[in-house]
Design a protein around this ligand. Sequence first.
Ligand SMILES: [Zn+2]
Length: 235
Amino acid sequence: MRWRVAGRLVAGAVVLGLLAFGFRELVSARGFQLFGDLTERVETSEKVVALTFDDGPHPASTAEVLDVLREKRVPGTFFLIGRDLAAHPELGRRIAGEGHEIGNHTYSHERMVFVTPGFVAGEIERTDSLIRATGFRGEITVRPPHGKKFLALPHYLAEHHRRTITWDVEPNSSAAVDADPARIVEHVVRHVRPGSIVLLHPHYPSGRNSRDSLGPMIDRLRDQGYRFTTVSGLG
Ligand SMILES: [Zn+2]
């Protein structure tokens, strides 16, 4: 019932949104959604940056990422897929146990466009339970899969006072950049600003170049005076 009323209330906003942004831009926009709190970067003058890792956990990649972060003493934020976490709970426990932050990247990693409120609730709540089972006790922020969100997901998140986290630096989105670890490092160093949220896809075999870029990226950012924090640590 509540959903139906809310649906009518936002109908006007949806129409305006479609006109102003075009549908694709609206569902994919990093810095805009119809409801709730969305963060793509935090406004600060401090040289602080959050490295965020999407997808997984996965046995072919997660341990390697964690080893680099441990060696460099850098806290990261892992937006995990519930289905992957259910398959590899020991990796989730290691992430939490080493002091990293865990965010919710939905259970199935479906595109959250034209999905029902019930589907969204299941996707978020099943994944929350799995994240709590790792031992992680902090705020669980949410990152929509593929950055896509429309109506049901942002509505649910706003109702439940959950923060949506996107990013302002995304080296993997350019095929030319993603093809070479050195170019990934260059892209990140060139685009990071105080308060930036960097999106990396280091998991699975396809994340090889991102994994190789991680150590040098941390060193270069440190050389420039940056320190590292989690998404929640940004404020
Ligand atoms: Zn993803």
